[in-house]
Design a protein around this ligand. Structure first.
Ligand code: ZN
Length: 166
C-alpha cells in the first residue's frame, strides 16, 4: 500500500467516525432514542445500506462509545467538567465540539452511561479518537490532538498505549 492510499484510509475512518457521531446526535437530539439505541440504529442503518461492512461500523462505534464513556467517566470522577471537555475554545480553534449535543442531553438519554464507571479506558495507536491530550503510558510524552484523528505511535518512544485527558 502506498503512502497516499494509507492517508486516504485514515481519512476515511475519521470521516466515518464523525459521520457516526453526527447521525447519533440527530437521533439522541430528537429525544426518541437513548444513546445506546441511537448508536445501534446507526450501525444497523449502515449495514443494511450496504455501504459499510458490519465490522467497519462496529469498529467505528467502539471508538465513538469509548470516547463518550471516557468524557462521562472523567466528569463523574471530577477530573473533567463535561462542558469544558466539549468546549470548542479549549479543544482548538475550528475544531468541532463533536459530542456537545450528546453530552448536554438529559440523564435519561445517557442512561446507565451517566452512572457506570468503566475503569481505565485504553487509547491505542491506530484507533480513531476525538480531540484531547494523549499521554504515552511508557514515557509520558504528551500529544495534543486538535481534531478527530487516528492515534499515531508515540513520537518519542514509539510505543502504542496512551491515557487521555482534556
Ligand atoms: Zn512514549
Amino acid at each position: 500500500m502506498t503512502d497516499n492510499n494509507q492517508k486516504k484510509d485514515n481519512q476515511d475512518e475519521v470521516s466515518l467516525y464523525e459521520k457516526m457521531v453526527s447521525q447519533t446526535e440527530e437521533l439522541v437530539g430528537s429525544g426518541r432514542k437513548t444513546l445506546d439505541e441511537a448508536l445501534k440504529r446507526v450501525q444497523d442503518d449502515w449495514s443494511s445500506a450496504g455501504n459499510f461492512t458490519r465490522e467497519q461500523s462496529e469498529k467505528i462505534s467502539t471508538y465513538v462509545k469509548r470516547d463518550i464513556k471516557h468524557i462521562v467517566d472523567s466528569a463523574n470522577k471530577g477530573k473533567t467538567n463535561v462542558k469544558e471537555a466539549v468546549d470548542p475554545k479549549r479543544i482548538g480553534v475550528g475544531a468541532k465540539s463533536i459530542f456537545s449535543r450528546i453530552l448536554s442531553s438529559t440523564a435519561e438519554t445517557l442512561g446507565d452511561w451517566a452512572k457506570k464507571s468503566e475503569g481505565n479506558l485504553e487509547f491505542k495507536t491506530g484507533e480513531i479518537t476525538s480531540p484531547g491530550s494523549l499521554t504515552c503510558k511508557e514515557c509520558g510524552e504528551v500529544i495534543h490532538m486538535k481534531k478527530t484523528a487516528k492515534i499515531p505511535p508515540c513520537p518519542k518512544c514509539h510505543k502504542t498505549l496512551y491515557r487521555k485527558s482534556y
